[in-house]
Design a protein around this ligand. Structure first.
Ligand code: TYM
Length: 338
C-alpha cells in the first residue's frame, strides 16, 4: 500500500530496436495519444534498454528518430506531452542503481522476458538484460508516474515496478513517496499476434517479414501481407465462442475490431458466415485507412532528423527537471550526502 497523493501522471516507453509495427501502435502508441489530454504524459524512447542486446550504433540513432517520428505521426503533440530519449536524462540510470539495491535476485529470476531473450545460454546474456526491469521501474518511478499504458507482454515488468515502489517505501519508512503505478493494458489491441502464427506475438524480431505489419508499410505491402496471412478453411463464426481454437481467425477479427472501434461481437455479427475471401479485403481496407497515413507522416518526419532531435532534446530538458527532483529526494531518503 502507498499513501501517495501526488498528481496523476503517465509514463511509457518504446525500445528503438526495430521498426514500429501494428502491435506497438494498438498496444501502446494509440493509448499514448488518447491519454495526452487527460494527464501529464511522458513518452520515452528507451535507448538504454535497447542496448541490453547488441545494437549497431548508426542504426540505434536512426531507430531513435524512427520512434520519435512514430509518436509525432500518430498524433502526440510535443507541446502537450513530453517526448524524449532515456539516455538524455541521467536520473533514470541513477535511480536504477538504487533500485538494483532494493529489488531482490529472486524477483528478477522470475522474469519471463529475460528467459525468452537470453535463451538457453544465459551466461552469455548481458548483465543489462538481467537488470532490465529495474531500469524500467526507474523510468516509471523517477516521474512518480501513476499510470503506464503498455501491451499485455509488459504485465510482469509492471508488477515488478510496483514491488520495487512498495519495498522502497517500506524499507525507508516513506509510505507516501512512490505511487504504485497502475498498468493500463486492457482494451482491444493489447496483444496483437503474428500474421503467420496466431499463437506468437507480432514482433519486430520475427524472422518472417510477412508476419508483421510495419507502420511504414505502404498500401500495397499491407494488402499483400493480409492476403497471405495464415487462416483456416472455415468461414468466420457468428459468435465469439466459435473463435476458440482458431487463433489466426481470432487475431484478424481482433485487429479489425481494434481499428474500427467495434467490439469483436459486432465484427462477427457483420462477417459471421463469410469466408476469408470476403473478410481479408475489408480488413486490408481498414488497416490501410488507419495506418498508411501515419506511415506517410513518419517518412516525411524522418527526412528531417534535426527537427526530431530538437523535439527529443527539448523534451529531455523538461523531463530532466522532474526526474532530477525525484532523485534529489531519493538521495536524501537513502542517506547520501546531498
Ligand atoms: P517494446 O519496445 O517491446 O514495445 C513497446 C510497446 O508496444 C507493446 N507491444 C505490443 N502490444 C500489443 N501487441 C503486440 N504484439 C505488441 N508488441 C509490443 C508493448 O507492450 C509496449 O507497450 N519494456 C518495454 C519498454 C519500456 C517501458 C518502460 C514501457 C522501457 N521502460 C517504462 C513502459 C514503461 C518494451 O520492451 O516495450
Amino acid at each position: 500500500m502507498t499513501g501517495y497523493k501526488g498528481p496523476e501522471r503517465v509514463l511509457s516507453g518504446i525500445q528503438p530496436s526495430g521498426g514500429m509495427h501494428l502491435g506497438n501502435y494498438l498496444g501502446a502508441i494509440r493509448k499514448f495519444v488518447d491519454l495526452q489530454t487527460e494527464m501529464d504524459c511522458f513518452y520515452c524512447v528507451v535507448d538504454m534498454h535497447a542496448i541490453t542486446v547488441w545494437q549497431d550504433p548508426a542504426k540505434l540513432r536512426a531507430q531513435t528518430f524512427h520512434i520519435a517520428a512514430a509518436y509525432l505521426a500518430a498524433g502526440i503533440d510535443p507541446k502537450v506531452a513530453t517526448i524524449f530519449h532515456q539516455s538524455a536524462v541521467a536520473a533514470h540510470a541513477e535511480l536504477a542503481w538504487i533500485f538494483n539495491c532494493v529489488a531482490r535476485l529472486g524477483w528478477l529470476d522470475r522474469m519471463t522476458q529475460f528467459k525468452d531473450k537470453a535463451g538457453k545460454d544465459k551466461e552469455r546474456a548481458s548483465v543489462g538484460l538481467y537488470t532490465y526491469p529495474t531500469l524500467m521501474a526507474s523510468d516509471i518511478l523517477v516521474y512518480k508516474a501513476t499510470h503506464v499504458p503498455v501491451g499485455d507482454d509488459q504485465k510482469q515488468h509492471l508488477e515488478l515496478a510496483r514491488d520495487v515502489a512498495g519495498k522502497f517505501n517500506r524499507d525507508f519508512s516513506a509510505p507516501d513517496f512512490f505511487p504504485l503505478p497502475e498498468p493500463l493494458i486492457k482494451g482491444p489491441g493489447a496483444r496483437i499476434m503474428s500474421l503467420r502464427d496466431g499463437t506468437a506475438k507480432m514482433s519486430k524480431s520475427d524472422p518472417s517479414d510477412q508476419a508483421t505489419i510495419y507502420l511504414t508499410d505502404d498500401a500495397d505491402a499491407i494488402l499483400k501481407k493480409i492476403k497471405k496471412a495464415k487462416t483456416d478453411p472455415e468461414p468466420l463464426p457468428s459468435e465469439i465462442a466459435g473463435l476458440s481454437g482458431r487463433p489466426e481467425a481470432a487475431n484478424l477479427v481482433g485487429i479489425y475490431a481494434a481499428l474500427s472501434g467495434k467490439s469483436d461481437e459486432d465484427v462477427l455479427r457483420e462477417f459471421g458466415g463469410s469466408g476469408f475471401g470476403r473478410f481479408k479485403p475489408a480488413l486490408a481496407d481498414i488497416v490501410v485507412e488507419k495506418i498508411a497515413p501515419i506511415g506517410d507522416r513518419m517518412r516525411r518526419l524522418e527526412e528531417d532528423p534535426s527537427y526530431l532531435r530538437d523535439v527529443l532534446i527539448s523534451g529531455a530538458q523538461k523531463a530532466g527537471a522532474t526526474a532530477e527532483a525525484t532523485v534529489r529526494d531519493v538521495k536524501e531518503i537513502v542517506g547520501f550526502v546531498v
